[in-house]
Design a protein around this ligand. Structure first.
Ligand code: SF4
Ligand code: SF4
Length: 168
């Protein structure tokens, strides 16, 4: 069995636990602005549609965080234990269970017992850090109050967007 097959089997047996425990407080997917653009392009929907239907703004302390909507703690993009946006899922989902910040492997994920299977996830860590620092800086600077503000900010600040992530 290849590494990929083993990884796929572990995830199938797990039943997508990592996508079913969101609470907007302790467990949520933090999005970069580029994640939102990729989702918009991947779904073929405009930014406003994506922001209104799939994105929440949460505040933790003084930080503004963009995250995916959840229904009964389950990610809005999960269907029958599968991610429906696999090819353009957020960079945070792409690196999981390598957990950032802190850079450790989430012990709640069964894959944590097989660090040798996590080479692909580690490959995206640099991109994760880069995109999230950029997003944090922009959100601090513009301090958006609403979802509509986010669409405006994305168009203003990411004009030179090189947003593609290689997907397999
Ligand atoms: S990444 Fe980990 S927690 Fe998520 S489905 Fe796979 S094995 Fe389960
Ligand atoms: S976007 Fe996909 S991988 Fe990420 S939490 Fe939602 S269903 Fe899971």
């Amino acid at each position: 069995m290849t590494y990929e097959e083993l990884k796929y089997r572990i995830c199938r047996e797990c039943g997508a636990r990592c996508c079913k425990r969101f609470d907007y407080k302790n467990w949520f997917v933090t999005l970069s602005l580029r994640d939102i653009v990729r989702i918009s392009e991947g779904l073929g929907k405009d930014l406003e549609y994506v922001l209104n239907n799939y994105i929440e703004i949460i505040r933790i302390g003084s930080s503004i965080i963009l995250t995916l909507k959840v229904i009964n703690r389950v990610c809005i993009f999960l269907r029958e234990d599968r991610c429906t946006i696999q090819k353009f899922k957020p960079i945070a989902c792409r690196v999981y269970p390598v957990y950032i910040p802190g850079m450790y492997i989430d012990p709640q994920c069964p894959l944590s017992k097989y660090p040798e299977l996590l080479k692909d996830e580690e490959m995206y860590v640099y991109q994760y850090v880069k995109e999230h620092l950029e997003t944090q800086k922009i959100l601090e600077e513009y301090s958006p109050k609403s979802i509509r503000d986010i669409a405006w900010i994305i168009r203003e600040t990411l004009k030179d967007l090189d947003k593609n992530i290689e997907t397999s």
